[in-house]
Every structure is written in C-alpha cells, then in structure tokens.
Design a protein around this ligand. Structure first.
Ligand code: NAD
Length: 503
C-alpha cells in the first residue's frame, strides 16, 4: 500500500481511527509525504498510534502554489450565492462524517466523547452555516458625495479576497478553531494553507476529504503538518506568496509570527492567550454562579483560551464559594474519554503537563493554600502514562504572584477575596492579557457597569462562553490583534477596493 492510499483509507467512512495511521500533507488533490515523520502521542495513555509527515520547505512551497493556482476560475468567478451554498454543503458533509470527526478529535486530544459530540463537531458545522448566512446578507459601503459645483460622486467598495491565507491553529479546540477561521476565509473567496498543531493533525486532514466531497475546487484547501520554528509554521509565515496570516495560539508565538511577517507587511489576525477573571458579587445567584464557574474553570481540562483562571469573590460569600467550588472540583470524573461518566480528560501532552505542574509547585512556593488537587491523580495502570493532572483550586495567593499573572492553560484557578466593586475591577484589570471576563451578579446595573469597564474583548454577565458568531471575538493587550466574528471576519479575510464615479 502506498502512503497515499494509507492516508485515504485511514479515515474510511464511519470508522474509528485505526492503529498506526499515517497522516500526510494535503496539496490540492494530492497526499504528499514529508522527508521526516513524527509521532503523535495519545495523551490518555501515552500510546503512539499515529505518525505524521512533517512538511519541509518544498511541501510548503507546493501547498502555497496549489492555493495560488486555485485563485482562478471556477473559484474566483463563483457568485457569492453559490459560495454560500457550498459552505452549507460543507456543513452537511460534516454532519454526514460526524462519527469520523468525533473519533479523530478524541484520538488526538483525549477529550471526553460527550464534549466532542456536544461542542467541537456541531460547532464546526455551525461555523460554515453561520458564515454562509453572513456572506449572503453582507452589504457593501457606499456613499453619495455632494460636490461644490452641484454635481455628486458615487463611492462604493467592492470586496475582494485577500488571496492565499495561512491559517495556523492550536491544539485545544482543533476542529472548532480551524473552521472558525476557515468558514469566513472561504466565504470571502480565499484559498488557504492550514497548519494544524503538531499535537492535533487529524481533523484538519479529514476535513480535506470533506471539502472534496462537498465540491470545493481543488487547491482551495491545503494542509501542511509540522512544528513552528524551522518547520512548517515558519516556512508558511515567511513565504513570499502568502497574502495574510490568521493565527490562534500563545501570545509569544503571535509575537514571533509578527516579526516573521513584518518585512513583507501583510495583514495578521491574532487570537492569543488569556488570564481571564470572574468577578463574583455577594448578590449573585449562587447556584447559577457555581455552575458557571465550574464550567469556566474546568471545561476541556481548563484548556480553553476563555477559561477562568482568576476568581475574585466578594468577602461575605468567599468561604461559601470556596467550599462549593471545591466540592464541584472533587466531583469531576477523570478517565477514559469514551466512558459517558467522564467529565475531564488529560492535558494535551506530557510537555504541557510539565508546564502545568510547574505552576502547581510555584503556587506552593508563592504561599498558596491548595484547597483541592495540586498533583497527579491515581487513575490506574492503563492511564499511568497519560498527561493527567488534578483539578486544582488555590486560596491565599496575592494578585501580584506569578500564578495569578501568567497563563497556565490547565484545570486550575486562584480564588481571591475582595471588598468593593472598585477593588474587584482594579484587580481584574491588573493584567497584560485582555481576552475575556465574566461578572456574576443579580444587580442588572452593576452587571452592565462592571462588564463595560473590563479591559477585555469579551465580557459576559451571568454566563460564560455564550457566543453569537455575528459578534466580535478577540482580545486586547497580549490577548490579540483584531477581531473575528460576523462582519469583523469579512473585513479581515477580504480587501475592499473603493470605486469613485463622478456623476
Ligand atoms: P502555540 O502558540 O504553541 O501553537 C499554535 C500553533 O502555532 C501551532 O500550530 C504551532 O505549531 C504553531 N507555531 C508555533 N510556533 C510557530 C512559529 N514560530 N511560526 C509559525 N507557527 C508556529 O499554542 P498552543 O500551545 O498550540 O495553544 C495554546 C495557546 O493558544 C494558549 O496560549 C491559548 O490561550 C491560546 N488560544 C487562544 C485562543 C483565542 O481565541 N484567543 C483560542 C485558543 C487557544
């Protein structure tokens, strides 16, 4: 069997990912091997069932060329309504291949099956349907300009694709975050070269089959696998024929990519890290708040950029909230992702676990009281080699401690008391990040007042991670540059040309 056949067969319809899958790069209709392969380790138990072909410079060159070549007919001349229909067809094929995508996402990440079924895969289909609607209804700027001689001029902007867009995404919500960028990029008529995380190569590769099945023209969707520096990521961001870079990942990586694209001055959209705060007022609905906080601290093992890592709690209810959150953390069930009782999976890798555990140690040395967790859970022999950590909560940490200032990206949060609204706002805003915040209060005016003062891209009141895809998504400070979502995405993934006509 050739590598090509192997890669295609690996994801046969309605099969789970078999052992020893080889994952290849996707260049147009071809599956292209790299000169080197790397192991994809299953974070649940440390097993290696997947080998991934790393794209070298020549594979990246081929992928960018294939994307460039596809920017002609039929893709370039496809009317917006036909493109929107194609996006809906992609969503339909995602639904048809639901089981394959679920299996691939679990194999890469070890997420609980329930979470993948309820969040990751449905949201991928929703991303395409939402942007099919958005592009179908999006208007164009036009202005009638009065001139001093009594005549007028008509200004109108036409929307054109950016061209070849590099889409670089992380491992925490691999399919969801990729399709969040892909849907508007395709809606605007771009061609893409996708670089999924080295930790999660499967769903992006499977998506290539879905694109073909849905009828996307050849070369519009390409995938290169590998790492960042001296690998596919860097080859792509420094490639002279890439017209724009959309990136989700760590703030430090965003900074490196910004340096890489600076010489050729290309547009970037950055969705970066966070150190998100929850502000819990004494007048909150306690049951709802505890549910919301539990979700916002521990969802996806704390590996969501929007997760809460700092919880500021008004003093009269501090002890109660600590006690109830501790109980909820103890009730989380870690284990096999296919077990319906499992609420919490492993971290993505041993390397990431090392980082998270180093913050557990740092918290102790910074004087924290670990009220729950703080170590490695005992889950039995099968899972001993997995990347597991205990859900963890701390009290006693100062707002200036490193654990409260640096992104951990694990199932852990610091619980800190406050007395006044002003103090809570000051502490929540005392950070270089600025992605998201959540305010928990039954005082409607306070909810609006505090949310509006948060130095973040997204502030929630009495909820968390509730999204309308037409609304702006992104962060300030170290959390990103630009916004995506609705018209914000269309603005990034297209270039307007203004036409001015003397009437
Ligand atoms: P990462 O920055 O290490 O990697 C992200 C992607 O960039 C991967 O595909 C990686 O291979 C690639 N990459 C790494 N170095 C590169 C380089 N020099 N040039 C080009 N590409 C490079 O991030 P991660 O560890 O995969 O993901 C976790 C981070 O992502 C966290 O900081 C989290 O907060 C952030 N995140 C942000 C959002 C958001 O919307 N703001 C969403 C999810 C995750």
């Amino acid at each position: 069997m050739t590598l090509d056949e192997h890669a295609v067969q690996s994801y046969g319809q309605n099969t789970s990912v078999p052992s020893k899958t080889e994952i290849l790069n996707v260049v147009g209709a071809q599956r292209v091997p790299g000169r080197r392969v790397f192991d994809k380790v299953n974070p649940v138990d440390g097993s290696v069932n997947v080998q991934v072909h790393e794209a070298d410079q020549s594979v990246v060159d081929q992928a960018v060329s294939a994307a460039r070549a596809s920017l002609t007919s039929p893709w370039a001349s496809m009317p917006v309504t036909t493109r929107a229909e194609l996006l809906r067809r992609i969503a339909d094929v995602i639904d048809e291949r639901f089981e394959d995508l679920v299996a691939a996402e679990i194999a890469d990440t070890g997420k609980p099956e329930k979470l993948v079924r309820e969040l990751d895969v449905p949201r991928a289909a929703h991303n395409f349907r939402a942007f099919a609607d958005i592009i179908s209804t999006a208007g164009l700027d036009s202005f009638l300009t009065d001139l001093s001689d009594g005549s007028s001029a008509l200004n109108y902007a036409v929307r054109k694709p950016l061209g070849v867009v590099a889409v670089i995404v992380p491992w925490n919500l691999p399919l969801l975050l990729l399709t969040w960028k892909l849907a508007p990029a395709l809606a605007c008529g771009n061609a893409v070269v996708v670089k999924p995380s080295e930790e999660t190569p499967s769903t992006a590769t499977l998506l290539a089959e879905i694109m073909t099945q849905a009828g996307l023209p050849e070369g519009v969707y390409n995938v290169v696998h590998g790492f960042g520096v001296d690998s596919a990521g860097e080859y792509l961001t420094t490639h002279p024929d890439v017209d724009g870079v959309t990136f989700t990942g760590e703030s430090s990586t965003g900074s490196a990519i910004m340096r890489a694209v600076a010489p050729s001055v290309r547009p970037v959209s950055f969705e970066l890290g966070g150190k998100n705060a929850a502000l819990v007022f004494a007048d909150c609905d306690l049951d709802k708040t505890i549910d919301g906080l539990t979700r916002s601290i521990f969802l996806n093992t704390g590996q969501v950029c929007l997760c809460t890592e700092r919880v500021y709690i008004q003093r009269p209810i501090f002890e109660t909230v600590v006690e109830r959150l501790t109980q909820r953390a103890r009730q989380l069930t870690l284990g096999n992702p296919m077990n319906p009782e499992t609420t919490t999976g492993p971290l993505i890798s041993q390397e990431h676990r090392k980082k998270v555990l180093s913050y557990f140690d740092l918290a102790r040395s910074e004087g924290a009281n670990t009220v729950v967790g703080g170590g490695i859970p005992q889950l039995g022999q099968d899972l001993e080699r997995g990347a597991w950590v205990e859900p963890t909560l701390w009290t006693g940490l100062d707002n200036s401690s490193r654990v409260v200032r640096e992104e951990i990206f694990g199932p852990a949060a610091a619980l800190i008391p406050f007395d006044t609204e002003e103090e809570a706002i000051r502490m929540a805003n005392d950070t270089k990040y600025g992605l998201a915040a959540a305010v928990w209060t039954t005082d409607l005016q306070r909810g609006h007042r505090v949310a509006q003062q948060m130095k973040v891209g997204m502030a929630w009141v009495n909820t968390w991670y509730l999204r309308d895809l037409r609304s702006p998504f992104g962060g300030v400070g170290l959390s990103g540059i630009g916004r995506e979502g609705g018209m914000h995405s269309l603005h990034f993934y297209s270039e307007p040309t203004n036409v001015c006509v003397q009437l």
